[in-house]
Design a protein around this ligand. Structure first.
Ligand code: GAF
Length: 381
């Protein structure tokens, strides 16, 4: 967490309200492997990172509540008696959504003021939205003594995303942002919500994120569409979720669905297995095996699940061709954002320079490159 960001948000709050706020830091996340498996009740392998959202919050005696996005220099006022979604894409939906989901549980809160800002680049696929939702949930929980558990709060955040942001996401992002463990990645079973923490040591390798700096439109509708394909095939198979399906089960209904949908559900079943295999590769320090799983994940996401894009595919091919990267793939929902790369430490600088140059030449725009360090989950600063 960047302390200057905390100081900046605190100062902004004090300049607006002249009181001392409660401060919350809520991190973004990476995901080593296990993409689009969470809403299929399968496995994911995320970690919280040291970038995230800082929220400053305080009770208010006014007749309305307020929220202010410091990075956008934009604010809203709202009445707790009538909390409704704003226009699609408005940042306020993440805050109003959490308020509304708390109210739906029959819990009363009073008016409050919140100021927030962060250092997760927008559209990078590092889950700034889950970080914001969790920061609001933790902030309101503390401010009003709501006694919500961390688990209660991640489901509140997830429902806010469904009902106010319109994305029918799984639980991975909210979980990782809330339950992150410093220096660890979490192999999470999204059915039982039990995670095995892995101390991260990639031996001679390190993780590098390369941000395409693009986010193609339609990503939200494509996401919801993928989820409904998975759910309708589960129904056909009379199983609770695709996590329960084998490749053999899918073959039994292959002639009842389109080839495109068959490839999508096959991807999910295979990705779930890859995620379990990645846990075993980590246990046995088999970095080569882990790297191969990352590449296989990318090809599945690109060719079968069809959620990649030219920029992401290009970055993965460049990584492979560099000779310094043993595994790379697109990360998150898709259609832009970052690739995650498992890079030889000795060749990392060379890889970063060459990929930046190649991306600029190909797309006439810059990519951004980040090293990641893994952090604890959301909490008071
Ligand atoms: C987005 C969603 F929010 C997650 O729940 C997950 O499905 C991910 O895309 C894809 O793995 O980040």
């Amino acid at each position: 967490m960047d302390n200057t960001m905390v100081a900046r948000i605190k100062a902004k709050f004090k300049s607006k309200f002249q009181t001392e706020p409660l401060l919350v830091f809520s991190p973004g996340r990476i995901n080593i492997i296990g993409e689009h498996t969470d809403y299929n009740e399968g496995f994911v392998f995320p970690a919280a990172i040291d970038r995230g959202i800082v929220a400053a919050i305080q009770k208010s005696d006014a007749a309305v509540s307020t929220a202010f996005a410091a990075d956008k220099d934009s604010g809203i006022e709202f009445s707790l008696d009538n909390v409704k979604p704003l226009a699609s894409g408005h940042w306020g939906n993440y805050i109003l959504g959490v308020v509304s989901e708390i109210q739906k549980k029959g819990i009363e809160i009073g008016n409050f003021d919140i100021v927030f800002g962060g250092d997760i680049p927008g559209g990078a696929g590092l889950s700034s939205s889950a970080a914001l939702e969790n920061s609001v949930a933790v902030g309101l929980n503390e401010t009003f003594g709501l006694k919500l558990s961390k688990k209660d709060m991640i489901y509140i955040s997830q429902k806010a995303e469904h009902n106010f942001a319109g994305v029918h996401c799984g639980i991975m992002d909210q979980y990782a942002s809330m339950f992150g463990v410093k220096d660890h990645a979490l192999l999470l079973d999204c059915r039982t919500i039990q995670a095995t923490p892995f101390k991260i040591d990639f031996k001679d390798h390190e993780l590098v994120l390369v941000n395409t700096n693009v986010k193609h439109s339609l990503s939200d509708s494509a996401y919801n569409n993928r989820r409904s394909v998975c759910e309708s095939v589960s129904k056909m198979l009379h199983i609770p979720a695709l996590r329960d399906a084998s490749e053999k089960d899918l073959l039994s209904i292959k002639d009842k669905i389109s080839e495109e949908d068959y490839q999508k559900v096959l991807y999910v079943v295979q990705e779930n297995q890859r995620t379990i295999d990645a846990g075993n590769a980590m246990k046995t320090d088999n970095m080569e095996a882990l790297g191969k799983l990352l590449y296989a994940s990318h090809y599945g996401l690109s060719n079968q699940y069809k959620v990649s894009c030219d920029e992401l595919d290009f970055l993965v091919e460049e990584a492979k061709a560099s000779g310094q990267v043993i595994g790379a793939r697109m990360m998150g929902g898709g259609f832009g954002g970052c690739t995650i790369n498992l890079v030889l430490k000795s060749g990392s600088k060379q890889f970063q320079e060459s990929v930046a140059k190649a991306y600029q030449n190909k797309f006439n725009k810059a990519c951004s490159i980040y090293a990641v360090s893994l952090s604890n989950g959301a909490g008071l600063v």
